[in-house]
Ligand binder design. Structure first.
Ligand SMILES: Nc1nc2c(ncn2[C@@H]2O[C@H](COP(=O)(O)OP(=O)(O)O)[C@@H](O)[C@H]2O)c(=O)[nH]1
Ligand SMILES: [Mg+2]
Length: 313
């Protein structure tokens, strides 16, 4: 049996190796993905994002348990771009999620940034597909922050939950544009701390302002993740959003957009890879630049020639 058959037959080792291949951009990754693709599209993908220390991992752990209790199998991908090596944060995640690691119905994987952040979003998307093909019912993608790269990562999700905590001060202003755009459900975690109500009020105001153009008004749930408070309510809201996007054709639309972005990005990176291999590494780039500087050639002609060459292959 090859690695793909093993994965499809439920081998956790094969799944793990597949994600390693994706993460390290091994040559075999694309042939694995090609074979896995027909088996994807079944899982529900939940993105969980928010500032570091907000309690995302704690919440993911609790949500995973809640979904396990109703018989769903769970995959978890924790993306931590701030941690280039499998360092502290990820070790901490493992410990926080420890009670889950003994459960065969749960598969947890951390992904750091060995490559660029941009690369990370497509690697995450491929890892999600591997878990999907493996047969997980629900896949959590936990990612730090709400910047553009995190938004890209979260695009792999059907539903996105933003986790905020009280006491962020003006930070909420700084991140509000980003979060309003991506949050389908909001969790105010650490509601045992002062300021949760104030944050809820501020957030409600912002969401109301934003709500006019939307059919879905993102709900807000207060949570104390480390004590499991508010988790069942959160599950209800997530399920509600899932039903909403399924019934309104939004999920199909989002997945269509995603497929389009993926295809275009794959094309772009393949062409980019060709250029790097054939022009940069062979030294042809330097020759071109030399001629361009001497006005013996120009960038337009070079691109034209290279495109011709590429298209002939
Ligand atoms: N007081 C309080 N602490 C929490 C709560 N949820 C998580 N924590 C703690 O906050 C810290 C960061 O949690 P973690 O899940 O690693 O945050 P992440 O970086 O967003 O994944 C840990 O020490 C948790 O135990 C909560 O609801 N209340
Ligand atoms: Mg975490």
């Amino acid at each position: 049996m090859d690695i793909v058959e093993k994965l499809l037959n439920g081998s956790r080792l094969a799944l793990s190796r597949t994600i390693t291949a994706i993460e390290n951009e091994y040559d075999e990754a694309s042939s694995i993905m090609r074979k896995l693709y027909p088996h994807t599209g079944h899982a529900f993908v939940l993105g969980i994002t928010g500032p570091p220390g907000a309690g995302k991992s704690t919440m993911t752990n609790q949500l995973a348990k809640a979904y396990r209790n109703i018989g769903k199998t769970v995959g978890i991908i924790a993306v931590d771009p701030t941690s280039p090596f499998s360092g502290g944060a990820i070790l901490g995640d493992r410990i926080r999620m420890n009670s889950l690691t003994l459960d065969e119905g749960v598969f947890i994987r951390s992904m750091g940034t060995r490559g660029s952040l941009g690369g990370l979003s497509h690697k995450t998307a491929d890892a999600v597909k591997a878990l999907d093909a493996f047969g997980k019912d629900i896949i959590f993608v936990e990612t730090v922050g709400v910047g553009q790269s995190e938004v890209d990562i979260v695009k792999a999700a059907d539903t996105t939950m933003v986790v905020l905590i009280p006491g962020m001060g003006d930070d909420i202003q700084a991140i509000k544009a980003g979060i309003l755009e991506i949050g389908d459900v909001f969790a105010i975690n650490k509601a045992d701390h002062d300021g949760a109500d104030k944050l809820q009020m501020e957030l409600n105001m912002m969401l109301d302002l934003d709500a006019e153009q939307k059919d879905w008004r993102p709900p807000i749930q207060k949570v104390v993740a480390n004590q499991g408070e508010g988790i069942n309510e959160l599950v209800e809201l997530i399920d509600k959003h899932y039903s909403y996007i399924k019934e309104n054709g939004i999920m199909i639309k989002r997945r269509h957009e995603r497929a389009k972005t993926e295809l275009l990005e794959l094309l772009r990176s393949s062409i980019g890879g060709y250029i790097t291999k054939n022009i940069v590494k062979t030294g042809r780039l330097d020759n071109y630049l030399n001629d361009i500087e001497l006005r013996k050639n120009d960038p337009y002609t070079v691109v034209h020639e290279l495109m011709d060459e590429l298209l002939k292959k």
